[in-house]
Design a protein around this ligand. Sequence first.
Ligand code: UD1
Length: 424
Amino acid sequence: MDYLEIEGGKRLSGTLKISGAKNAALPVIAAAILSDQPILINNLPNVVDIRTLLKLLEILGAEVEHEADQARINPGPINSTRAVYEIVAQMRASILVLGPLLARFGECEVSLPGGCAIGQRPIDMHLKALETMGAQIEIKGGYVHAIAPERGLRGSKIVFDKVSVGATENTLMAAALAQGTTEIINAAREPEIVQLCEMLQIGGVTIEGIGTGRLRVEGTGGTPLNFSEDITIIPDRIEAGTYLCAGAITYSQITLEAINVEHLQSTIDKLEDMGCGFDYPSPNSVTIYPARGELREVNIVTAEYPGFPTDMQAQLMAVATLASGESLIEERLFENRFMHVSELNRLGADIWLKGNTAAVRPVEKLFGADVMATDLRASSALVLAGLAAEGTTRVRRIYHLDRGYEDLQGKLASLGAAITRRSE
Ligand code: UD1
Protein backbone atom coordinates (compact mmCIF):
# COMPACT_ATOMS: atom_id res chain seq x y z
CA MET A 1 0.00 0.00 0.00
CA ASP A 2 1.21 3.50 -0.81
CA TYR A 3 1.90 6.16 1.77
CA LEU A 4 3.03 9.79 1.69
CA GLU A 5 6.22 10.85 3.38
CA ILE A 6 6.48 14.52 4.22
CA GLU A 7 9.48 16.43 5.51
CA GLY A 8 7.80 19.31 7.31
CA GLY A 9 8.83 22.92 7.75
CA LYS A 10 9.31 23.95 4.12
CA ARG A 11 7.92 27.29 2.94
CA LEU A 12 5.76 26.89 -0.18
CA SER A 13 5.59 29.24 -3.14
CA GLY A 14 4.24 29.37 -6.67
CA THR A 15 1.06 28.92 -8.64
CA LEU A 16 -1.32 25.96 -8.91
CA LYS A 17 -4.15 25.16 -11.27
CA ILE A 18 -7.21 23.82 -9.47
CA SER A 19 -8.99 20.82 -11.01
CA GLY A 20 -12.66 20.32 -11.74
CA ALA A 21 -14.89 19.52 -8.76
CA LYS A 22 -15.34 15.83 -8.03
CA ASN A 23 -18.67 16.49 -6.30
CA ALA A 24 -19.97 18.41 -9.32
CA ALA A 25 -18.69 15.85 -11.82
CA LEU A 26 -20.38 12.87 -10.13
CA PRO A 27 -24.00 14.06 -10.61
CA VAL A 28 -23.13 15.34 -14.10
CA ILE A 29 -21.93 11.86 -15.08
CA ALA A 30 -25.02 10.25 -13.51
CA ALA A 31 -27.29 12.71 -15.36
CA ALA A 32 -25.89 11.47 -18.68
CA ILE A 33 -28.20 8.47 -18.11
CA LEU A 34 -31.17 10.80 -18.70
CA SER A 35 -30.21 11.08 -22.36
CA ASP A 36 -29.89 8.63 -25.24
CA GLN A 37 -27.38 10.80 -27.11
CA PRO A 38 -23.61 11.12 -26.59
CA ILE A 39 -22.39 13.84 -24.25
CA LEU A 40 -18.93 15.34 -23.77
CA ILE A 41 -17.80 16.36 -20.29
CA ASN A 42 -14.71 18.59 -19.85
CA ASN A 43 -12.51 19.51 -16.87
CA LEU A 44 -13.03 16.22 -15.03
CA PRO A 45 -10.62 15.74 -12.13
CA ASN A 46 -8.33 12.75 -12.53
CA VAL A 47 -9.42 10.95 -9.35
CA VAL A 48 -10.55 7.44 -8.48
CA ASP A 49 -14.19 8.34 -7.69
CA ILE A 50 -14.72 9.65 -11.23
CA ARG A 51 -13.25 6.49 -12.75
CA THR A 52 -15.47 4.39 -10.46
CA LEU A 53 -18.67 6.09 -11.61
CA LEU A 54 -17.64 5.94 -15.28
CA LYS A 55 -16.98 2.22 -14.75
CA LEU A 56 -20.49 1.82 -13.32
CA LEU A 57 -21.98 3.46 -16.41
CA GLU A 58 -19.95 1.08 -18.58
CA ILE A 59 -21.27 -1.89 -16.59
CA LEU A 60 -24.79 -0.59 -17.27
CA GLY A 61 -23.96 -0.71 -20.99
CA ALA A 62 -22.99 2.89 -21.79
CA GLU A 63 -20.01 3.54 -24.06
CA VAL A 64 -17.39 5.59 -22.28
CA GLU A 65 -14.25 7.12 -23.75
CA HIS A 66 -12.21 8.71 -20.98
CA GLU A 67 -8.93 10.45 -21.58
CA ALA A 68 -7.18 13.11 -19.50
CA ASP A 69 -9.87 15.47 -18.22
CA GLN A 70 -12.51 14.59 -20.82
CA ALA A 71 -15.11 11.87 -21.04
CA ARG A 72 -17.46 11.16 -23.89
CA ILE A 73 -20.41 9.10 -22.68
CA ASN A 74 -22.87 7.46 -25.03
CA PRO A 75 -25.77 6.34 -22.83
CA GLY A 76 -27.69 5.05 -25.91
CA PRO A 77 -26.66 1.38 -25.48
CA ILE A 78 -27.48 1.15 -21.73
CA ASN A 79 -29.11 -2.27 -21.35
CA SER A 80 -28.89 -2.92 -17.60
CA THR A 81 -30.46 -1.03 -14.71
CA ARG A 82 -28.68 -2.85 -11.90
CA ALA A 83 -26.00 -0.88 -10.02
CA VAL A 84 -24.00 -3.66 -8.47
CA TYR A 85 -22.71 -3.84 -4.90
CA GLU A 86 -19.08 -4.19 -6.03
CA ILE A 87 -19.11 -0.62 -7.38
CA VAL A 88 -21.54 1.06 -4.95
CA ALA A 89 -19.56 -0.31 -2.00
CA GLN A 90 -16.48 1.50 -3.36
CA MET A 91 -18.23 4.83 -3.52
CA ARG A 92 -21.41 5.99 -1.79
CA ALA A 93 -22.12 8.60 -4.46
CA SER A 94 -23.03 5.73 -6.86
CA ILE A 95 -26.50 6.13 -5.32
CA LEU A 96 -26.80 9.09 -7.72
CA VAL A 97 -27.69 6.69 -10.53
CA LEU A 98 -30.93 5.76 -8.73
CA GLY A 99 -32.99 8.81 -9.83
CA PRO A 100 -31.84 8.87 -13.46
CA LEU A 101 -32.11 5.08 -14.00
CA LEU A 102 -35.61 5.01 -12.56
CA ALA A 103 -36.73 8.08 -14.53
CA ARG A 104 -35.36 6.86 -17.85
CA PHE A 105 -36.09 3.11 -17.65
CA GLY A 106 -39.00 2.92 -15.19
CA GLU A 107 -37.26 0.37 -13.04
CA CYS A 108 -33.88 -0.21 -11.42
CA GLU A 109 -31.96 -1.94 -8.69
CA VAL A 110 -29.21 -0.08 -6.86
CA SER A 111 -27.14 -1.59 -4.10
CA LEU A 112 -27.54 0.11 -0.72
CA PRO A 113 -24.41 2.15 -0.02
CA GLY A 114 -24.18 1.34 3.70
CA GLY A 115 -22.39 3.43 6.33
CA CYS A 116 -19.04 5.12 6.10
CA ALA A 117 -16.36 6.46 8.39
CA ILE A 118 -17.97 9.88 8.87
CA GLY A 119 -21.40 8.65 9.94
CA GLN A 120 -24.43 6.56 9.05
CA ARG A 121 -25.36 8.59 5.97
CA PRO A 122 -28.83 7.19 5.32
CA ILE A 123 -30.65 7.55 1.97
CA ASP A 124 -34.17 7.78 3.38
CA MET A 125 -34.72 11.25 1.89
CA HIS A 126 -33.75 10.04 -1.61
CA LEU A 127 -36.23 7.15 -1.34
CA LYS A 128 -39.05 9.20 0.16
CA ALA A 129 -38.83 11.78 -2.63
CA LEU A 130 -39.02 9.08 -5.31
CA GLU A 131 -41.97 7.46 -3.51
CA THR A 132 -43.76 10.81 -3.46
CA MET A 133 -43.29 10.85 -7.24
CA GLY A 134 -45.11 7.53 -7.44
CA ALA A 135 -42.25 5.02 -7.29
CA GLN A 136 -42.72 1.73 -5.49
CA ILE A 137 -39.64 0.97 -3.48
CA GLU A 138 -38.59 -2.21 -1.80
CA ILE A 139 -35.32 -3.07 -0.07
CA LYS A 140 -34.36 -6.67 -0.79
CA GLY A 141 -31.05 -8.50 -0.56
CA GLY A 142 -29.12 -5.29 0.10
CA TYR A 143 -30.58 -3.59 -2.99
CA VAL A 144 -33.09 -0.80 -3.49
CA HIS A 145 -35.63 -2.06 -6.04
CA ALA A 146 -37.55 0.85 -7.52
CA ILE A 147 -40.42 0.76 -10.01
CA ALA A 148 -42.02 3.85 -11.52
CA PRO A 149 -45.78 4.05 -12.32
CA GLU A 150 -46.67 2.82 -15.83
CA ARG A 151 -46.89 6.35 -17.24
CA GLY A 152 -43.64 7.40 -15.53
CA LEU A 153 -42.79 9.31 -12.39
CA ARG A 154 -45.24 12.07 -11.48
CA GLY A 155 -44.20 15.65 -10.82
CA SER A 156 -44.84 16.30 -7.13
CA LYS A 157 -44.20 18.66 -4.25
CA ILE A 158 -41.23 17.37 -2.29
CA VAL A 159 -40.58 18.97 1.08
CA PHE A 160 -37.25 17.99 2.61
CA ASP A 161 -37.02 18.28 6.38
CA LYS A 162 -33.21 18.56 6.12
CA VAL A 163 -30.93 19.93 3.44
CA SER A 164 -29.31 17.09 1.53
CA VAL A 165 -27.03 17.52 -1.47
CA GLY A 166 -27.43 13.94 -2.71
CA ALA A 167 -31.21 13.76 -2.17
CA THR A 168 -31.67 17.09 -3.99
CA GLU A 169 -29.57 15.78 -6.90
CA ASN A 170 -31.42 12.46 -7.17
CA THR A 171 -34.79 14.23 -7.01
CA LEU A 172 -33.76 16.79 -9.65
CA MET A 173 -32.68 14.06 -12.04
CA ALA A 174 -35.87 12.06 -11.46
CA ALA A 175 -37.99 15.20 -11.88
CA ALA A 176 -36.27 16.01 -15.20
CA LEU A 177 -38.11 13.21 -17.01
CA ALA A 178 -41.27 13.14 -14.84
CA GLN A 179 -44.80 14.01 -16.01
CA GLY A 180 -45.53 17.58 -14.93
CA THR A 181 -43.95 19.90 -12.41
CA THR A 182 -41.90 18.98 -9.36
CA GLU A 183 -41.31 21.47 -6.60
CA ILE A 184 -38.40 20.82 -4.27
CA ILE A 185 -38.69 22.76 -1.03
CA ASN A 186 -35.62 23.08 1.23
CA ALA A 187 -33.36 22.05 -1.65
CA ALA A 188 -29.57 22.20 -1.28
CA ARG A 189 -28.01 25.34 -2.81
CA GLU A 190 -24.43 24.14 -3.28
CA PRO A 191 -22.61 25.24 -6.47
CA GLU A 192 -22.61 21.56 -7.48
CA ILE A 193 -26.43 21.62 -7.48
CA VAL A 194 -26.40 24.77 -9.59
CA GLN A 195 -24.17 23.02 -12.13
CA LEU A 196 -26.54 20.05 -12.28
CA CYS A 197 -29.55 22.36 -12.80
CA GLU A 198 -27.76 24.21 -15.59
CA MET A 199 -26.86 20.90 -17.23
CA LEU A 200 -30.48 19.72 -17.09
CA GLN A 201 -31.50 23.01 -18.68
CA ILE A 202 -29.02 22.42 -21.50
CA GLY A 203 -30.71 19.03 -21.87
CA GLY A 204 -34.11 20.68 -22.38
CA VAL A 205 -35.60 20.85 -18.87
CA THR A 206 -37.07 24.10 -17.55
CA ILE A 207 -35.97 24.85 -13.98
CA GLU A 208 -36.83 27.88 -11.87
CA GLY A 209 -35.23 28.95 -8.61
CA ILE A 210 -31.72 27.73 -9.44
CA GLY A 211 -29.38 28.51 -6.55
CA THR A 212 -32.27 28.86 -4.07
CA GLY A 213 -33.84 26.44 -1.62
CA ARG A 214 -36.99 26.21 -3.76
CA LEU A 215 -36.62 24.55 -7.15
CA ARG A 216 -39.38 24.11 -9.72
CA VAL A 217 -38.72 21.54 -12.43
CA GLU A 218 -40.89 20.99 -15.53
CA GLY A 219 -40.38 17.35 -16.47
CA THR A 220 -40.21 16.23 -20.10
CA GLY A 221 -42.84 13.53 -19.54
CA GLY A 222 -40.43 10.72 -20.35
CA THR A 223 -38.66 12.17 -23.39
CA PRO A 224 -34.91 11.57 -22.94
CA LEU A 225 -32.82 14.71 -22.67
CA ASN A 226 -30.61 15.93 -25.47
CA PHE A 227 -27.53 17.73 -24.19
CA SER A 228 -26.96 20.23 -26.96
CA GLU A 229 -23.69 21.56 -25.50
CA ASP A 230 -20.61 20.08 -23.84
CA ILE A 231 -20.51 20.35 -20.06
CA THR A 232 -17.48 21.88 -18.32
CA ILE A 233 -17.11 20.95 -14.67
CA ILE A 234 -16.85 23.86 -12.21
CA PRO A 235 -13.64 24.36 -10.16
CA ASP A 236 -13.23 22.24 -7.04
CA ARG A 237 -13.84 24.60 -4.09
CA ILE A 238 -12.69 21.97 -1.59
CA GLU A 239 -9.44 21.25 -3.41
CA ALA A 240 -8.83 25.01 -3.64
CA GLY A 241 -9.69 25.48 0.04
CA THR A 242 -7.27 22.72 0.97
CA TYR A 243 -4.38 24.47 -0.83
CA LEU A 244 -5.31 27.78 0.82
CA CYS A 245 -4.94 25.94 4.13
CA ALA A 246 -1.55 24.62 2.93
CA GLY A 247 -0.52 28.25 2.39
CA ALA A 248 -1.88 29.30 5.78
CA ILE A 249 -0.30 26.53 7.84
CA THR A 250 3.16 26.98 6.25
CA TYR A 251 3.03 30.82 6.29
CA SER A 252 3.49 30.84 2.51
CA GLN A 253 2.38 32.93 -0.42
CA ILE A 254 0.71 30.85 -3.11
CA THR A 255 -1.61 31.61 -6.01
CA LEU A 256 -4.47 29.36 -7.15
CA GLU A 257 -5.78 29.59 -10.70
CA ALA A 258 -8.97 28.32 -12.34
CA ILE A 259 -11.05 28.88 -9.22
CA ASN A 260 -14.41 30.48 -8.51
CA VAL A 261 -13.78 33.05 -5.75
CA GLU A 262 -17.43 33.22 -4.72
CA HIS A 263 -17.53 29.48 -3.98
CA LEU A 264 -14.52 29.88 -1.66
CA GLN A 265 -15.82 32.83 0.32
CA SER A 266 -16.60 31.11 3.63
CA THR A 267 -13.16 29.46 3.71
CA ILE A 268 -11.39 32.71 2.79
CA ASP A 269 -13.35 34.55 5.51
CA LYS A 270 -12.15 32.10 8.18
CA LEU A 271 -8.53 32.24 7.02
CA GLU A 272 -8.77 36.05 7.03
CA ASP A 273 -10.03 35.87 10.64
CA MET A 274 -6.89 33.86 11.38
CA GLY A 275 -4.70 36.64 9.97
CA CYS A 276 -3.96 35.52 6.40
CA GLY A 277 -4.08 38.08 3.62
CA PHE A 278 -5.77 37.69 0.22
CA ASP A 279 -5.50 39.26 -3.17
CA TYR A 280 -7.27 38.51 -6.45
CA PRO A 281 -4.89 38.86 -9.41
CA SER A 282 -7.73 38.01 -11.83
CA PRO A 283 -11.43 37.10 -11.56
CA ASN A 284 -10.50 33.40 -11.49
CA SER A 285 -7.50 33.41 -9.21
CA VAL A 286 -6.57 34.12 -5.61
CA THR A 287 -3.29 34.68 -3.79
CA ILE A 288 -2.95 33.90 -0.11
CA TYR A 289 -0.35 35.80 1.93
CA PRO A 290 1.09 34.55 5.21
CA ALA A 291 -0.33 35.86 8.47
CA ARG A 292 1.75 38.65 9.99
CA GLY A 293 2.80 37.31 13.34
CA GLU A 294 1.10 34.19 14.65
CA LEU A 295 -2.08 32.68 13.22
CA ARG A 296 -5.08 33.61 15.36
CA GLU A 297 -7.73 31.28 16.76
CA VAL A 298 -11.00 30.86 14.87
CA ASN A 299 -14.54 29.66 15.58
CA ILE A 300 -16.26 27.49 13.00
CA VAL A 301 -19.68 25.91 12.71
CA THR A 302 -20.18 23.75 9.62
CA ALA A 303 -23.31 24.44 7.61
CA GLU A 304 -24.88 24.02 4.21
CA TYR A 305 -23.71 26.34 1.41
CA PRO A 306 -23.05 29.26 1.58
CA GLY A 307 -22.01 28.42 5.16
CA PHE A 308 -18.69 26.88 6.09
CA PRO A 309 -18.43 23.46 4.36
CA THR A 310 -18.12 20.29 6.40
CA ASP A 311 -15.68 19.15 3.71
CA MET A 312 -13.24 21.87 4.89
CA GLN A 313 -13.64 21.25 8.62
CA ALA A 314 -10.69 18.86 9.03
CA GLN A 315 -8.29 21.04 7.00
CA LEU A 316 -9.18 24.22 8.94
CA MET A 317 -8.73 22.27 12.16
CA ALA A 318 -5.20 21.33 11.07
CA VAL A 319 -4.41 25.04 10.58
CA ALA A 320 -6.05 25.93 13.92
CA THR A 321 -3.72 23.56 15.79
CA LEU A 322 -0.94 26.15 15.37
CA ALA A 323 -3.00 29.25 16.20
CA SER A 324 -2.10 31.40 19.19
CA GLY A 325 -5.43 30.86 21.01
CA GLU A 326 -8.12 28.22 21.47
CA SER A 327 -10.42 27.57 18.49
CA LEU A 328 -13.86 25.98 18.68
CA ILE A 329 -15.00 23.86 15.75
CA GLU A 330 -18.54 22.54 15.70
CA GLU A 331 -19.60 19.86 13.20
CA ARG A 332 -23.30 20.09 12.45
CA LEU A 333 -23.68 17.89 9.37
CA PHE A 334 -22.14 14.52 10.15
CA GLU A 335 -22.18 12.83 13.54
CA ASN A 336 -18.78 11.18 13.38
CA ARG A 337 -16.61 13.50 11.37
CA PHE A 338 -13.77 13.86 13.86
CA MET A 339 -11.68 10.82 13.00
CA HIS A 340 -8.74 13.13 12.24
CA VAL A 341 -8.64 14.46 15.83
CA SER A 342 -6.73 11.57 17.37
CA GLU A 343 -4.33 11.48 14.42
CA LEU A 344 -3.67 15.24 14.64
CA ASN A 345 -3.00 14.72 18.35
CA ARG A 346 -0.43 12.08 17.41
CA LEU A 347 1.40 14.90 15.63
CA GLY A 348 1.41 16.96 18.83
CA ALA A 349 -1.87 18.87 18.50
CA ASP A 350 -3.97 19.46 21.60
CA ILE A 351 -7.57 18.88 20.56
CA TRP A 352 -10.40 17.94 22.91
CA LEU A 353 -13.76 16.65 21.79
CA LYS A 354 -17.04 17.21 23.50
CA GLY A 355 -20.04 15.98 21.57
CA ASN A 356 -19.91 17.54 18.13
CA THR A 357 -17.51 20.33 19.12
CA ALA A 358 -13.73 20.24 19.05
CA ALA A 359 -11.69 22.59 21.23
CA VAL A 360 -8.35 23.13 19.50
CA ARG A 361 -5.85 24.40 22.04
CA PRO A 362 -2.69 26.14 21.00
CA VAL A 363 0.60 24.23 20.76
CA GLU A 364 3.88 25.73 19.70
CA LYS A 365 4.85 23.05 17.25
CA LEU A 366 3.69 19.84 15.60
CA PHE A 367 6.12 16.94 15.35
CA GLY A 368 6.26 14.41 12.48
CA ALA A 369 4.85 10.94 13.20
CA ASP A 370 3.16 7.99 11.49
CA VAL A 371 -0.55 8.67 11.02
CA MET A 372 -3.44 6.93 9.36
CA ALA A 373 -5.87 8.50 6.92
CA THR A 374 -9.50 7.65 7.76
CA ASP A 375 -11.56 9.44 5.13
CA LEU A 376 -10.98 11.76 2.23
CA ARG A 377 -10.86 15.18 3.90
CA ALA A 378 -9.36 13.88 7.15
CA SER A 379 -6.47 12.58 5.05
CA SER A 380 -5.74 15.96 3.56
CA ALA A 381 -5.79 17.51 7.05
CA LEU A 382 -3.02 15.11 8.07
CA VAL A 383 -0.97 16.07 5.02
CA LEU A 384 -1.41 19.77 5.91
CA ALA A 385 -0.28 19.12 9.47
CA GLY A 386 2.69 17.15 8.11
CA LEU A 387 3.74 20.14 5.97
CA ALA A 388 4.05 22.25 9.12
CA ALA A 389 5.38 19.58 11.51
CA GLU A 390 9.01 19.33 12.52
CA GLY A 391 10.55 16.15 11.10
CA THR A 392 9.03 13.36 9.04
CA THR A 393 5.34 12.50 8.81
CA ARG A 394 4.11 9.37 7.09
CA VAL A 395 0.43 9.40 6.10
CA ARG A 396 -0.82 5.87 5.49
CA ARG A 397 -3.97 4.60 3.74
CA ILE A 398 -3.81 7.33 1.17
CA TYR A 399 -6.25 5.53 -1.12
CA HIS A 400 -8.77 7.90 0.51
CA LEU A 401 -6.84 10.86 -0.93
CA ASP A 402 -6.68 9.27 -4.37
CA ARG A 403 -10.49 9.14 -4.38
CA GLY A 404 -10.86 12.89 -4.38
CA TYR A 405 -7.63 14.86 -4.87
CA GLU A 406 -5.98 14.95 -8.26
CA ASP A 407 -2.23 14.40 -7.79
CA LEU A 408 -2.09 16.00 -4.33
CA GLN A 409 1.51 14.97 -3.91
CA GLY A 410 2.59 16.33 -7.33
CA LYS A 411 0.77 19.61 -6.81
CA LEU A 412 2.28 20.18 -3.35
CA ALA A 413 5.74 19.19 -4.60
CA SER A 414 5.41 21.75 -7.42
CA LEU A 415 4.99 24.39 -4.68
CA GLY A 416 8.21 23.25 -3.02
CA ALA A 417 6.88 20.80 -0.41
CA ALA A 418 9.13 17.86 0.42
CA ILE A 419 6.54 15.16 -0.15
CA THR A 420 7.12 11.73 -1.66
CA ARG A 421 4.79 8.87 -2.45
CA ARG A 422 6.23 5.54 -1.40
CA SER A 423 5.11 1.92 -1.29
CA GLU A 424 5.20 -0.12 1.93
C1 UD1 B 1 -22.39 15.50 -0.23
C2 UD1 B 1 -20.94 15.52 -0.61
C3 UD1 B 1 -20.06 15.44 0.63
C4 UD1 B 1 -20.44 16.55 1.61
C5 UD1 B 1 -21.93 16.55 1.89
C6 UD1 B 1 -22.39 17.72 2.72
C7 UD1 B 1 -20.93 14.47 -2.78
C8 UD1 B 1 -20.57 13.29 -3.59
N1 UD1 B 1 -20.67 14.40 -1.48
O1 UD1 B 1 -22.64 14.25 0.40
O2 UD1 B 1 -18.71 15.59 0.23
O3 UD1 B 1 -19.75 16.36 2.83
O4 UD1 B 1 -22.67 16.58 0.64
O5 UD1 B 1 -22.05 18.91 2.13
O6 UD1 B 1 -21.41 15.47 -3.28
N2 UD1 B 1 -29.14 12.69 5.23
C9 UD1 B 1 -30.19 11.96 5.74
N3 UD1 B 1 -30.97 11.24 4.87
C10 UD1 B 1 -30.73 11.21 3.53
C11 UD1 B 1 -29.65 11.97 3.03
C12 UD1 B 1 -28.87 12.70 3.90
O7 UD1 B 1 -30.45 11.95 6.94
O8 UD1 B 1 -31.47 10.53 2.80
C13 UD1 B 1 -28.29 13.48 6.17
C14 UD1 B 1 -26.84 12.99 6.19
O9 UD1 B 1 -26.66 11.91 7.05
C15 UD1 B 1 -26.13 14.26 6.66
C16 UD1 B 1 -26.95 15.37 6.02
O10 UD1 B 1 -28.20 14.80 5.68
O11 UD1 B 1 -26.22 14.37 8.05
C17 UD1 B 1 -26.32 15.98 4.78
O12 UD1 B 1 -25.92 14.95 3.90
P1 UD1 B 1 -25.96 15.11 2.33
O13 UD1 B 1 -26.03 16.55 1.96
O14 UD1 B 1 -26.98 14.21 1.77
O15 UD1 B 1 -24.52 14.56 1.92
P2 UD1 B 1 -24.13 13.75 0.64
O16 UD1 B 1 -24.97 14.16 -0.51
O17 UD1 B 1 -24.04 12.30 0.96
